[in-house]
Write a protein that binds this ligand. Structure first.
Ligand SMILES: Nc1ncnc2c1ncn2[C@@H]1O[C@H](COP(=O)(O)OP(=O)(O)OP(=O)(O)O)[C@@H](O)[C@H]1O
Ligand SMILES: [Mg+2]
Length: 412
């Protein structure tokens, strides 16, 4: 944004409007007016044409929502961000369907307010540029999952490879698995695939690669996962930099629903790029003290360098259930973050990796396989088959049931 964004505040409570205005000014925005609901709000928005309207919505909703929808009808390109002391779904929904771009709950957190306003303003700017033909047409982008850990040998490759297979076979997604382990690169061994070309070859030839030739660099695993192996000679990584990683992942994400990145137990420029491009980062830890200590440091580093977004960074506990004297809740307290998923300890994981048949395939009924499958479903947003069946059976929520209740009565 080239100039200071101008904002109008709509809030019938003058004291609160002044406070919000002060906060906006502290954040570097320019407040060019404030008003209550109704004609006053509409007139001010029309006269001033600000970059954005920040508006309070409270119960009873009729008047604020009417004001919101009027402004939105009259100035459909002007974003309106709502704030409210209400956290109920009805108030949120009514605001959103009446044209709000975001809904913030009071008390307003200055960081949250700032990032919400900037996000909305940037979206508006992008829309304008796209309309004026200044942006390329949008391309589809898959979800990039970066599997990272502060230490070697804690299960990153196990989780990446099993998760990639589960995403393909259980969640029915197209999946690319990229071995970014700059030291040992053992995805190919774990999945028993031949390595002819690697990520280094793809990066070198990227200018000549299109969607159809991309697959020449990848190996299709029997699960349907497309694997981009690490170079067999670790020295080949020397020719790759962060730019290569971003470009390779970009191409893969345009052609696959999911791109899973396996990383080494060290931190370097390649790993930093893998984390940066990740839609989600799965930070793997185990229950032993050394791993937890390193995970605390890794989490701090991730927050400092890549931002503190707990929707993006999720902690996965591997080898859960092993008696190390450390309790899971102590780990959560130490990390000050919840364990998002738990993969249990199972000696068959080692056997499966040695045989080149990851456990989700070789022992699909094991607890590890079940947990990985559930994780893949959660990531893909696919509900469990059992829940779906239950939802269909019970509740009588369908429109036919509502229209013809007698026909759908349960037999006693
Ligand atoms: N849940 C588990 N139960 C039992 N063994 C496991 C489990 N997860 C991983 N392992 C075993 O631990 C070892 C290390 O796992 P893996 O290679 O996945 O770790 P990594 O973090 O990728 O290591 P590196 O940093 O060296 O790449 C392997 O022998 C693997 O089979
Ligand atoms: Mg590994």
């Amino acid at each position: 944004m080239s100039r200071v964004p101008q904002i109008v505040v709509i809030d019938p409570d003058r004291e609160s409007a002044a406070e919000v205005g002060k906060l906006l000014v502290q954040l570097g925005f320019q407040v060019i007016g404030s008003a209550g609901y109704g004609v006053e709000a509409f007139t001010l928005a029309f006269q001033m044409r600000p970059d954005l309207v920040l508006m309070r919505v409270e119960e009873p909703l009729v008047r604020p929502v009417q004001t919101l929808s009027r402004i939105n009808d009259g100035l459909p390109d002007m974003p309106i961000v709502v704030f409210s002391s209400e956290a109920n779904l009805r108030s949120m929904r009514q605001s959103m369907v009446s044209g709000a771009s975001d809904y913030l709950q009071e008390p307003l957190d200055s960081d949250e307010l700032e990032s919400a306003l900037i996000r909305v303003l940037e979206r508006k700017e992008r829309e304008g540029m796209r309309r004026r033909g200044e942006l390329d047409d949008p391309v589809p982008t898959g979800t990039i999952i970066t599997v990272f850990g502060a230490k070697g040998g804690i299960g990153k490759t196990t989780i990446s490879s099993n998760l990639a297979i589960a995403l393909a076979t259980e969640a029915h997604q197209s999946v690319a698995l990229v071995d970014m382990d700059t030291r040992f690169g053992d995805v190919a061994i774990t999945m028993d695939i031949p390595v002819e070309r690697s990520i280094a070859d793809l990066a070198r030839n990227l200018d000549n690669v299109d969607r159809s030739t991309l697959r020449d660099y990848m190996v299709e695993h029997e699960s349907g996962v497309f694997i981009l192996p690490a170079p067999t000679r670790p020295s080949d990584w020397r020719n790759l930099n962060a730019r290569h990683i971003r470009d390779v992942v970009d191409v893969l994400a345009q052609t696959h629903d999911f791109v899973v990145l396996d990383t080494p137990g060290t931190f370097n420029e390649i790993v930093a790029a893998a984390i940066e491009v990740g839609t989600m980062v799965l930070l793997v830890t185990t229950l032993d003290m050394a791993s937890i200590k390193d995970t605390v440091l890794a989490l701090e580093m991730l927050h400092e360098r890549f931002g503190n977004d707990d929707e993006r960074i999720k902690i996965v506990l591997n080898r859960a259930g092993v008696d190390t004297g450390v309790r899971e809740r102590d780990v959560e307290a130490t990390l000050d973050a919840p364990l998002w998923w738990r993969i249990p300890q199972d000696n068959d994981v080692v056997k499966a990796a040695q045989l080149g048949r990851p456990i989700v395939m070789s022992r699909p009924n094991s607890k590890v396989a079940t947990e990985v499958r559930e994780m893949s479903r959660a990531l893909a947003g696919v509900r469990r088959a059992k829940n779906r069946a239950a939802a269909r059976k019970g509740g009588g929520g369908g429109i036919m049931t509502k229209l013809f209740p007698s026909l759908f009565k349960k037999s006693a």
